[in-house]
Each structure stands twice: as C-alpha cells, then as structure tokens.
Write a protein that binds this ligand. Structure first.
Ligand code: NAP
Length: 339
C-alpha cells in the first residue's frame, strides 16, 4: 500500500544510494528521523563499478568499491534506515510543503527530502568502451591511476578533468598521451600548462577516438583514432585509457523543479545543502562538479541530514494542510486506516 493511500508522511526520504545517500541516512537514522532511502535498483552508485578504493580514510589496506558500499548500507540499516531497492521514477517537490517521491505506482510522502542521485561520467559511446571498463578503460584517473604503474596510457578529453587526470596518472605511467578532438584545449591555461610541463606527457590533437581494441589477454591493447581534419586513421598502443570528457549530474527528475546550473547540477545555498525549495536538500555529486570523491560526497550527505533535522525542528510543514489541499487523499487515508 502506498504512503499516499495510507496517509503516512515520513519525516525524511533520501533519494540515491551512493556514499552521500547512505551517509545522510546514517545521520538521519541516528537523529531518530526514521529515514526511508530510495536507493535505486543498482544501489551503490559509481563505487559499485569500481574495484579497489585506496583513498577512503579508514581503510589503510584499501577496500573494494562494492564491499565499501555494502558496509555504508549496513551501517545506515543498523540504526533503522528502511530501504526501497528500486529507482525513483518521479518527484513532486513543493516549497515547504509535503514532498512526494514516486517509485512506479508507489508514492511516498515526506516532510523533507534529501536528493542524492549523484552524477555519472560521460561516455564516448564507441566500441569497446563498456566491454573494457575495468579492464584498462577507466573514467576516474584519481581512483585508478595507481594501477597503471609503468604502463603507456592515454587520457581522452581536453577539459580540466582531463588535465587533472593526466597530471595525476602521469605520476605512475611510463608515458601518457592526452588525446583531444580539437587543437585548442577547453581546460584552464594553468592546468594545460601544468600537464604539458610534465616530461612524460605528450599531446595528440586533433584526434577523435573511434574504438578501444581488446588484446589477447582480454585487456585494452590500443585505441583507434581518426584525425579530425584529414580523416587519417591511426592506432595508439596503450595499457590503459582514461575517458575524461566530463560528468553529468543525474538531475533529470528534478531539474524542472529546483534551481540547477547550466550543466544541470542542483544549486544549493552553500555551505548548506538547502535548495531554493524549503524542505528539499541536495547533496553529493548531484551538486558538486569539482571534488566528486566518495569522502566529499559522504561529508555532504552528513550536512544534508543535519539540514533536514534543523528544518524539521524549526519550520516543519503541516501534514494537515497537505491533506486539506487534497480531500480525496484524506478520504482514502481514513478508509485505509479503518481497513
Ligand atoms: P568539460 O570542461 O566539459 O570538458 C570536457 C572535455 O571533453 C572537452 O574538452 C570536450 O571537447 C571533450 N569531449 C566531450 N565530449 C567528447 C566526445 N564525445 N569525444 C571527445 N571529446 C569529448 O568537463 P570537465 O573537464 O569534466 O570539467 C567540468 C568542470 O569542472 C569545469 O568547470 C572544470 O573547470 C571543473 N574542473 C576543475 C578542476 C580543477 O580546477 N582542478 C578539475 C576538474 C574539473 P571540446 O573541448 O571539443 O568540447
């Protein structure tokens, strides 16, 4: 039975099962807000697709991404978080009223909602990209760079992310080639200069990636490239490739309801997690296009839970008003309570 039918209004619903969402749930649960977490069918977020995580404090030996997310989830559960392991399909957000999160036909209501849907790396959409993901093709230089000690690698992209990944990964790689589709870089001058200044970084432009080619060992062996002007094709032998062409926030369900920036990231009243709608908080990679680390997302989730707690303490919405605006729903609620 849906919340809408049984008239139940949660204190807080969290949407998104990554480091930000689970941490928000942990804090909200410990604040006795009895949170409901819509964690997604493929819960765990981007870390679910990562192997070793060596940069999360508290794991000196490193930890596998999925295992870490299992532990985040277990910790949130230990304090009473309830989970819906399915994708939110629609959100109806209000300014200071009751918030609705729909999962298919089910509708869940809450006084506050914490948006933690995260972001996803953009993909090139070329052959071999998905098949070789985790077998030489990565979308996170900072996460995976250290696994490419002594290898010849390529970074694909021409923005600040590509420069940052290149600078980081070049500490481990023997040789690193930045492949960009135009002559001019989109990256800031300072980042471009830093990347170009490293002895083992070469730049190859203007080349468009066509295909990641698998070697006999089942890992990436080379990248097929095409010259953007002449059409000439060539191959680049590599032991690793980092796709660094940007991220996109997973804000499609809310972008027409809350303030988002030109790239679709939800705008918050920093340093808080408040959006332009009272009772709607946003955390993690959904708002952050700069840091994007599991640990910064977790910290942001903490802030979201505290902001929700303070909102519910100081200016809680009135469920009575909500039902008064929707008399049909209250009849259903009374009937449901009596059945
Ligand atoms: P971005 O600025 O959008 O750059 C994306 C790059 O990927 C562009 O060079 C683009 O080429 C290229 N690209 C996009 N789609 C492609 C495709 N299908 N095939 C080949 N190349 C493709 O994204 P970003 O680098 O992730 O940066 C996002 C924001 O975060 C920026 O505001 C950036 O300044 C910031 N950031 C800052 C830092 C830092 O300061 N340390 C680090 C990372 C990110 P074109 O140039 O031809 O469009």
């Amino acid at each position: 039975m849906t919340d809408e039918k049984n008239g139940k209004i949660e204190d807080v619903i969290i949407v998104g099962g990554g480091p930000a969402g689970y941490t928000a749930a942990l804090y909200a649960a410990r604040a006795e807000l009895n949170p409901l977490l819509i964690e997604g069918f493929q819960w765990g977020g981007q870390l679910q697709n990562t192997t070793d995580v060596e940069n999360y404090p508290g794991y000196p030996e490193g930890v596998m991404g999925p295992e870490m997310m299992q532990q985040f989830r277990a910790q949130a559960e230990r304090f009473g978080t309830r989970f819906v392991t399915d994708d939110a399909t629609e959100l109806e957000l209000t300014d200071g009223g009751i918030q609705t999160v729909k999962v298919g036909k089910e509708a869940y209501l809450a006084k506050a909602v914490i948006l933690a849907m995260g972001a996803e790396p953009k993909r090139l959409g070329i052959p071999g990209e998905m098949e070789l993901s985790g077998r030489g093709v990565s979308t996170c230089g900072v996460c995976d760079g250290a696994f490419f000690k002594g290898a010849d690698v390529a970074v694909l992209g021409g923005g600040d992310s590509a420069m940052e990944d290149s600078i980081f990964v070049s500490k481990f790689a023997e040789k690193l080639t930045i492949v960009h589709r135009r002559h001019e870089f989109r990256a800031s001058k300072i980042m471009e200069d830093r990347a170009r200044g490293r002895a083992n970084i070469e730049v190859l432009t203007p080349y468009v990636p066509l295909e990641f080619v698998t070697g006999d060992d089942g890992k990436i062996a080379k990248i097929r490239l095409k010259h953007a002007d002449t059409g000439e094709e060539r191959e680049l032998e590599v032991g690793g490739a980092f796709v660094a062409i940007g991220h996109q926030p997973r804000s499609e369900l809310v972008k027409d309801q809350v303030d988002v920036d030109e790239s679709g990231y939800v705008v918050t009243d920093e340093p808080s997690t408040r959006t332009d709608l009272a009772g709607v908080l946003a955390v993690g990679d959904l708002v952050d296009h700069t840091y994007r680390q599991a640990v910064t997302a977790a910290g942001s989730g903490t802030k979201g839970a505290l902001d929700a707690e303070w909102y519910l303490r100081d200016t809680p919405p009135s469920p009575e008003e909500h039902w008064a605006q929707d008399p049909g729903a209250i009849v259903e609620a009374v009937e449901a309570a009596g059945s």
